[in-house]
Design a protein around this ligand. Sequence first.
Ligand code: MG
Ligand code: MG
Length: 256
Amino acid sequence: MVELKTDTSIDAMEAAGQIVGRALSAVRDAAEVGVSLLDLDEVARRVLREAGARSPFLGYRPSFAPTPFPAVICASVNDAIVHGVPNGYRLRDGDLVSIDCGAELDGWVGDSAISFVVGRPRAEDLRLIETAERALMAGIEAAVVGNRIGDIAHAVGSVCRAAGYGILDGFGGHGVGRRMHEDPPVPNEGRPGRGLPLRHGMVLAIEPMLIAGGTDGYHVSPDGWTLRTNDGSRAAHAEHTVAITKTGPRILTAPR
Ligand code: MG
Ligand code: MG
């Protein structure tokens, strides 16, 4: 069931979303060569704690997971696509890092992700990240009353495919509200004009997950969470929580 949020609830969700935006900015600022993924998790924990927010990631255990998630961010480096568990790995020059973070404030959740390069970037990594961001923006522009879920999916998928990248199969965006994962699913590829009609008050996480190498699939790391590409190619992730309103899409997790 898709829950429509009132304007007051959307304002409350934006307050949670702003904390996520701040946490991601702080993590990005702290991410330098030699800094560990556990250090980055600590940076995000501090932002959440100081804002009085709870982490919807910490202790999260969906059906596919063998253990509760142990951190407040997912940190996915290079061939890790999403769901990376922060560990003692220290960042190296040229690493492509994707950070996913959530915050819950007053019972409302925000969910967002960014990708960036530490140190000197490779041109192909910048192109991959830029394409993920462009796919996200295309999806957001399609998130308008009168469109359908398939229009968002088609917009996201078209940008990824036109650039020649693979799309992570079986994962995508979702409704957000009092829980991090609500209905409806928001796929990263689909047919325009199909699916649920978009209405004022729907709040969605839109999140393209791109793979540079394309089609060789992925596997789960021994930590039970981290998804890695089979061919070792790099991946990028971009996500915002977006409210659909009569006056257009409202990005709740973009730092103001
Ligand atoms: Mg997320
Ligand atoms: Mg999400």
